[in-house]
Write a protein that binds this ligand. Structure first.
Ligand code: ATP
Length: 139
């Protein structure tokens, strides 16, 4: 079966680089499903999960935004941050959520509201991904 190469790169390095069967990504205009031989395109990403199917298995990565390019049989993601769902530190994400919520609930002079909102969104996608993984029955 045809595959496509997925590379997810952040400022910290390569988060993922494998041949996969399907990529589903959170484009700013909606969820984007990419199979081999997909037409070339470019899109911005919103904070959310990238789902990758490889050999019948699903892999989830959280990205906090970025840019995605589809080339013939190749997908390149330049992400602000990217973590595999199983790498997410739940306590850290919960602390980030509480901090952002507190800033938004009780803003003081100098509180950067869009920054707090972005931090809240990042924490929520990390919590969702980590919690889903925790609930998944292990075989
Ligand atoms: P925090 O306030 O906890 O740092 P943040 O949303 O400000 O959260 P980011 O700036 O989005 O953090 O990410 C900084 C780095 O830390 C990135 O490499 C990201 O992958 C990693 N990271 C952030 N939160 C988590 C988490 N809960 N679990 C694992 N890695 C994380």
């Amino acid at each position: 079966m045809a595959t496509l190469r997925l590379d997810i790169v952040t400022a910290e390095g390569t988060a993922f680089s494998e041949d996969v069967d399907v990529v589903v990504a959170p484009g700013t205009n909606g969820e984007l499903g990419i199979l081999p031989h997909h037409a070339s395109l470019m899109t911005m990403l919103q904070p959310g999960e990238i789902m990758v199917r490889k050999d019948g298995e699903e892999i989830y990565l959280v990205v906090s935004g970025g840019f995605l390019e589809v080339r013939p049989d190749r997908v390149i993601v330049l992400a602000d941050t990217a973590e595999r769902a199983e790498e997410i530190d739940l306590a850290r994400a919960e602390a980030a959520r509480r901090r952002a919520e507190e800033r938004l609930k009780h803003p003081i002079a100098g509180t950067d509201i869009p920054r707090a909102e972005a931090a809240l969104r990042r924490s929520l996608v990390r919590l969702k991904a980590a919690e889903r993984l925790r609930k998944k029955p292990r075989i």
